[in-house]
Design a protein around this ligand. Structure first.
Ligand code: G3P
Length: 215
């Protein structure tokens, strides 16, 4: 499973990258807004910091503008992937961009049909938002499982990014459901390696070693 960080914060990205487990980054207009820095500057900064794909989202919503904006974003760095929202115009844009070898991440996926259409349009990635589905009292992980079946049934190369991850459990269940990638907020990423029993175990080993060595 590949790990992406779901943030536009360069310090968080450097910290996660330092662990050696980071495969990419995803951003969106809300995450860019949080940073209060120029969009292009932030994306170029991230793209220079990590080797893997960096999703930058379009901020226009009609077909012509999205394609034009996507071509511009794709030129910012070799590893930029253009995030396109799941709409009728978005699907058409993904289709056009895939023929130009511009990588796309179809975002705001909430149903199997949406994921299937995005894959058929040629999306490199699809991003089902599992946390937001759970917020509505539905089952986000079930969507990952179903999309995985569909991708396997038809041999699509499109990779599933489990997005809108809110808890460690979301990450674990996404891995079990076969998501190719999880895009993880920085605060969750830093919690993944911790467990109270690990800490307790280390304390016990330290104490016993001190007894053994007499220090
Ligand atoms: O990757 C999508 C993500 O940024 C949305 O997360 O927590 O706003 O639903 P959230």
């Amino acid at each position: 499973m590949k790990f992406f960080l779901d943030t536009a914060n360069i310090e968080d990205i450097k910290k996660a990258n330092d662990l050696g487990l980071l495969d990419g980054v995803t951003t969106n207009p809300s995450l860019i807004n949080k940073e209060g820095r120029d969009f292009e500057e932030v994306i170029k900064d991230i793209a220079n910091t990590i080797k893997g794909p960096v999703s930058a989202e379009v901020t226009t919503y009609d077909y012509e503008s999205m394609v034009e904006e996507a071509r511009k974003l794709a030129k910012w760095a070799d590893n930029v992937v253009v995030k396109i929202p799941m709409t009728r115009d978005g699907l058409k844009a993904i289709n056009t961009l895939s023929k130009e070898n511009i990588k796309t991440n179809c975002t705001l996926i909430f149903s199997v049909a949406q994921g299937l259409l995005a894959a058929k349009a040629g999306a490199t990635y699809i991003s089902p938002f599992i946390g937001r589905i759970d917020d509505m009292g539905e089952d986000g992980i079930r969507l990952i499982e179903d999309l995985k079946d569909v991708m396997v049934n038809y041999g699509f190369d499109t990779e599933i990014i489990a997005a809108s991850i809110r808890t460690n459990k979301h990450l674990e269940l996404s891995a079990l459901a076969g998501a190719d990638i999880a895009t993880i907020p920085a605060n969750i990423f830093e919690k993944l390696y911790s467990h109270p029993l690990t800490d307790k175990g280390i304390e016990g080993f330290k104490k016993d070693w001190e007894k053994f060595t007499g220090k």
